[in-house]
Design a protein around this ligand. Structure first.
Ligand SMILES: [Zn+2]
Length: 587
């Protein structure tokens, strides 16, 4: 274990939240003092059917806390999505990635509602979106209508639900934000009701040494933690296990929550840790600042979350964790154990609807002699301090990791392997992806023999576990290519001189009576970057859906004109290779 340098962090924790009852009072006072017309709780559900969640507010996801409710749509797209209150459209963001097609509505009382992964917008919202896309000649827009220009009424259908952007199946992502700072808030705390009498599940406990001299005993049966037993709100460690540790340790709790009759694993609202009845650590999941949500990777045991799908919430702060969701308990989760000392730990977990579960167990301090028997593998690699810049320099490769990119000190390994198929550089194994990076590192890979003619076609490529590739781009200069990467992993260099492939699906010479047409586009390496469709030279909206690798045009007020037309399509990949397609059709 590496010294966590917690002594070097400020004495005041990164943040502290008011207890809920005071916060409610504060909100009420604000409400009265600013004459907000309605209290929280007057939002109607955004969809007609009973809410079936596949995700709730602030459940941990890769690289962020989930910022809203994921409402299942029974595997279907095209269900009506309704404005949850009167207001006006404040933003329309359309992208093949992220939220896909998303509508933001501002409400007079200081809240913004957000509806994402939409299939198609409806009514006046659709009209202003289409006009903005044709004005900007771009499918991807981030359009802010003037305040009040696009009013909406509570219950008005603003869109049909879909699966656009970074969505893994048809659903509506619904979010409520405080308009002023765009922080996401829990829709369930603002009156969107989801039936929930189910108490949180408490699945396992892990211990972490928090300084150089501390150590934790081995887990039973090679498990990654101490499993629990029990249920319905009362848990203990399996077989009444008593974890042994030496020195100062921290704990993490594997916990999650479910709703009445729903299968999805969701997140809890609050975790509190008491040691010998003294509040020792707490975390409250009630507000997301999008600028810091990536510190989710510091809060969770990232390696177990990413590698083993276990939701271990750390109940101590890693040195570089800037989340403002933690309580101000003096101990900040640091538990010291004298040899032979037994201390009583108690976790209390509360869900969004006030259902509570508890887990109590004893911790025991080991003697130095006992601790000496716990063999831990010697660290391999170079020690990277989290609070300084670190440079890994090996033959043919340089990785520069800026200060505060790591959440804690880490030993970083390197290995060089032969070039994989198609690569023009060796495979550089830069540590391993289960150690998270908060910000990008700069990766420079030398390719001295690369012919000048293809240097601008070279790109940094990351190899996935499954053998696939992820293009990381980069720019070539002085015999090397340099790219920003946000993950450790296996990197090399490949060359992309091959244009994307365009395949016509259902564009025909006779398009009379048809409402849309689709073409397939694929690229072998660097990925589709730009596309441009025209009829008789005029720009037409082509909607790109990376998941189905399709470009689609739906005839609209700009293109639904009868007569003979020449359709042309150009698709360019990220390294500037362009494919072209054209077909004459009659409308
Ligand atoms: Zn979502």
């Amino acid at each position: 274990m590496i010294r966590s340098s917690l002594h070097g962090t400020p004495a005041i924790p990164g943040g502290w939240m008011l207890p809920t009852k005071y916060k409610m009072l504060l909100v009420s006072l604000l409400s009265w003092s600013t004459a907000w017309s309605q209290p929280p709780g007057r939002f109607i559900p955004p969809m007609d059917h009973a809410i079936d969640l596949s995700g709730n507010f602030m459940e941990p996801r890769g690289d962020h806390f989930h910022s809203g409710l994921d409402i299942r749509t029974g595997g279907r797209e095209g269900l009506p999505v309704k404005a949850v209150a009167d207001g006006w459209v404040s933003r329309i963001k359309i992208s093949p990635w992220g939220y896909g097609k998303a509508v933001y509505i501002d409400h007079a009382d200081g809240y913004t509602s957000v509806y994402a992964h939409l299939q198609v917008l409806q009514g006046p919202v659709a009209k202003v979106c289409l006009d903005a896309q044709y004005r900007q000649k771009d499918f991807s827009i981030d359009f802010v209508p003037e305040k009040g220009a696009v009013p909406v009424k509570q219950g008005q259908v603003i869109a049909l639900s879909g699966n656009t952007g970074g969505s893994g199946g048809p659903h509506l992502h619904f979010e409520l934000r405080r308009t002023a700072d765009q922080h996401a808030l829990d829709p369930e705390a603002l009156g969107v009701e989801v039936p929930d009498k189910v108490k949180p599940e408490m699945i396992g406990v892990r211990l972490y040494p928090l300084n150089d001299s501390s150590a934790v005993g081995p887990y039973p049966a090679k498990a990654k933690g101490f499993a629990t037993e029990g249920g319905d709100g009362k848990y203990k460690l399996k077989g009444d296990a008593v974890p042994l540790a030496y020195g100062t340790v921290g704990l993490a709790l594997h916990t999650l929550d479910r709703y009445d009759g729903l299968a999805a694993k969701c997140g809890v609202r609050r975790i509190e840790l008491f040691v010998d009845s003294v509040p020792t650590f707490s975390v409250l999941f009630d507000e997301i600042d999008f600028n810091t949500t990536r510190y989710c990777n510091a809060h969770m045991d990232y390696a177990l979350f990413k590698g083993s799908k276990m939701e271990y919430h750390r109940c101590y702060k890693q040195p570089n964790d800037k989340l403002r969701i933690y309580g101000k308990e003096v101990a900040q989760g640091h538990i010291s154990l004298a040899p032979g000392q037994v201390r009583r730990a108690r976790f209390k977990v509360t869900d969004a609807n006030g259902n509570v579960s508890e887990l109590s167990f004893n911790l025991k301090g080991a003697t130095a002699a006992e601790a000496a028997k716990w063999v831990s593998p010697e660290p391999v690699g170079s020690l990277f301090r989290y609070d300084t810049e670190n440079i890994l320099k090996e033959e043919g490769v340089t990785l520069t990791v800026p200060a505060m990119a790591l959440y804690d000190d880490a030993y970083v390994r390197y290995e060089r392997r032969p070039a994989p198929a198609r690569a023009v550089a060796p495979l550089h194994v830069l540590h391993e992806p289960l150690t998270p990076l908060h910000v990008s590192a700069t990766l420079r890979i030398e390719v001295p023999e690369l012919p000048e003619a293809v240097q601008h076609k070279a790109l940094v490529v990351r190899l996935n576990d499954g053998g696939g590739t992820k293009a990381e781009g980069g720019s070539f200069a002085n015999g090397a290519i340099t790219a920003n990467v946000r993950s450790f992993g296996r990197y090399t260099v490949m060359v992309d001189t091959v244009a994307p492939v365009i395949t016509n699906v259902d564009l025909k010479a006779d398009m009379k009576g048809r409402s849309r047409f689709t073409l397939k586009v694929s690229d072998d390496l660097s990925g589709v970057d730009k596309w441009k469709g025209t009829t008789d030279g005029a720009w037409v909206l082509m909607e790109y859906e990376p998941k189905t690798k399709t470009l689609m045009h739906t005839f609209d007020k700009y293109t639904d004109v009868s007569g003979s037309k020449m359709f042309k399509l150009e698709v360019t990949d990220e390294r500037g290779n362009t494919a072209r397609y054209e077909l004459k059709f009659t409308r």
